[in-house]
Design a protein around this ligand. Structure first.
Ligand code: FES
Ligand code: FES
Length: 289
């Protein structure tokens, strides 16, 4: 049997059974190996106690990985692309291997145990090259919700994708991805920005706050005034609303509507949203319960 590319999925001990089904979608060519993150192998990969997906090549070198802060799974297309890259690299006249030969192969446990990666090949390359070419991942350090996180990402990755897809912070929503809906609003150095229009690299050295890191009376005010229905727009609405309180807008409801005009709510919860913001701005009592 040929050694095969490795697809390792590290997961919490208590795991939604549906997730095991989801990881089957990662690849049509390689069988994912599920490993509890309490297993000693997780420590070898630097992901003890965390959720992570790792792709390693047939030489045992880790070429791609996704580490999640909250259990968010990576995009299956990215995983499959990483595997396809390995298979392509070894489908040479020298080996004569084909993509089909990898179908259904199962990783040998000894192979996985032999690996002790600290970072992926892409991460290592990025570390070694301060002016990496476009398309090459490089380390980007962000300060998010009071914590420093370093991600290996391409220069083109937006702050929104860095937060959602790489850091596992999915509270910021992707509505339009074109700067038109406000669902992705976060704070950078205390000012609201559209994270879908902001490159992650541009946020280096700045303080990023997402809805996960917010502790503000506005959150209770939205609940008290029914400032949401489905909730999809709500993280962006609240991040904008807390910024509006600090911005020099006029005192009326119309001023609030103008200030919040960049945040779209498809459910039409605008009445409650304006009430919530006005309550916080003017320090009023909680609204209808
Ligand atoms: Fe950023 Fe819509 S997702 S503005
Ligand atoms: Fe549903 Fe705003 S609450 S989109």
């Amino acid at each position: 049997m040929h050694a095969s590319p490795a697809l390792l999925v590290f997961h919490p001990d208590q795991w939604d059974p549906a997730r095991a089904e989801q990881v089957k979608a990662y690849s049509r060519t390689v069988t994912p190996v599920l490993i509890p993150s309490s297993d000693p192998r997780a420590a070898r990969y630097g992901v003890a106690g965390r959720s992570a997906v790792v792709v390693a090549d047939i030489d045992g070198e880790v070429v791609w990985r996704h580490i999640s802060g909250n259990g968010a799974l990576p995009n299956p297309a990215e995983v499959d692309a990483a595997l396809a890259e390995i298979i392509e690299a070894h489908s040479t006249p020298r080996t004569g291997w084909s993509r089909r030969e990898f179908v259904g192969t199962v990783l040998a446990a000894a192979f996985a145990l032999a690996l002790e990666p600290a970072m992926t090949r892409a991460e290592a390359a990025a570390m070694a090259t301060s002016h990496a070419a476009p398309g090459v991942a490089r380390p980007v350090t962000l300060h998010v919700n009071g914590r420093e996180i370093t991600l290996a990402i391409e220069p083109r990755v937006t702050l929104l994708d860095a937060l959602r897809e790489y850091a596992g912070l999915t509270g910021s929503k992707k509505g339009c991805d074109h700067g038109q809906c406000g669902a992705c609003t976060v704070h950078v150095d205390g000012r609201r920005v559209l994270s879908c229009l902001t490159l992650a690299m541009a946020a280096q050295g700045k303080q990023v706050t997402t809805i996960e890191g917010l502790d503000d009376p506005m959150q209770q005010a939205f609940i008290s005034h029914d400032g949401f229905q489905c909730g999809y727009c709500t993280p962006g609405q609240i991040m904008s609303a807390t910024a509006v309180v600090r911005e020099p807008w006029g005192p009326t409801d119309d001023d609030v509507r103008e200030a919040m005009s960049g945040n779209i709510c498809r459910c039409g919860a605008y009445v409650g949203i304006v009430e919530a913001i006005q309550q916080v701005r003017h320090g009023g009592a909680a609204g209808p319960q």
